[in-house]
Design a protein around this ligand. Sequence first.
Ligand code: HOZ
Length: 427
Amino acid sequence: MKSKKSAQILKRALKLIPGGVNSPVRAFKAVGGKPLFISKAKGSKIYDADGNCFIDYIGSWGPMILGHAHPRVISAIKKTADKSTSFGAPSELEVTLAELTLKAFPSMDMVRFVSSGTEATMSAIRLARAYTKRDGILKFDGCYHGHADSLLVKAGSGAATFGVPDSPGVPADLAKHTFNAAYNDISSVKAVFEANPSDIAAVIVEGVPGNMGVVLPKEGFLESLKKLCETYGALLIMDEVMSGFRLCYGGAQKIHKINPDITCLGKVIGGGLPVGAFGGKRQIMEMLSPSGPVYQAGTLSGNPVAMVAGIETLKLLQKKGTYEKLYVTTDSLYKGILGIAKRHSVPCHISVAGAMFTVFFTENIVHNYSDARTSDLAKFSKYFTTMLKNGVYLPPSQFEAVFVSLAHSKDDISKTLEAVEKSFKSL
Ligand code: HOZ
């Protein structure tokens, strides 16, 4: 595999950008490699600066559910951009995307758009604190909700990958308001509530965690969480930034029949442009400025180009058979991997949620972050590296998810499985 151009760009980048990248996981450090610099992507394929072509299973970490550069999304973006790329003033497109979002998530009466998932969760926490007049929040070890200070406590994703789950720079005075519990362990949640009965403003949980790798909620876990929140007067915030339109059109809350007080969205809702959203019950949302006193704002919030990319993506996702196709493709891929693992006696557990999954190199069923950490990270790095050499671009960390798109063809899946065969043979 040629990598001369990527290496040259990296050399320039390292002088100018910390670690040469604008988001840590993509530096490939966790798998002992060097990042590839991408030049273009189309459908299921991504191309780097040296002209190498890969079957892409990162999909920009979730948003590219239709595949890269879908013609309808691109044409809508171009038409909108012709009318200016930003107004800093309201446009009808925001109302259209709000209508689509609220219809998909009946738990929300109102929504506000922001520019990233981080902004969505950060604002949701502020709102919950204001609404309940409490400071505490409860999050789960290994869950990642973006990089706002209150949420960078025992966090997953890049924070877990790089061993900084409690990042320096987060004031201890703030972090002390973040309580932690073990995912899927309702008794650990109960214990926090019992010790702090009137301190917790909100419990924040990923719809289906994808940032310690994918981990499925145990039967009844989310329901019990909601009940505990009600008992103790705390809000339930479901972070569906990743799971929102990926598990199904309506997210984890539709599948598990949960009615959260606030929902956070991102990724798919922006069709690959920077969009986040948070929404919930009217009496909570109306506390937001300018209706109420809780301040939250953004120059690029509701950006017209981003809104139209989201609108077109959601419209295409509503087509009959869309999710069934995604599930069939995902099933054929992960079941194929399990078969290969069995043939080569590679200990392997795969957690699947809709069109995302994680291969853990462990015999344990992964129910929480400490289970996820039993995965053999050296095996993961070897797996990643062989897959890349054989034309498959996977997330470069054990604590992330593989994202399947509508553009992945049967041929992509068989080529991917051929690469898995080679990779597992060498593990
Ligand atoms: N934190 C993101 C995955 N959960 C990675 C974002 C990126 O590097 O683009």
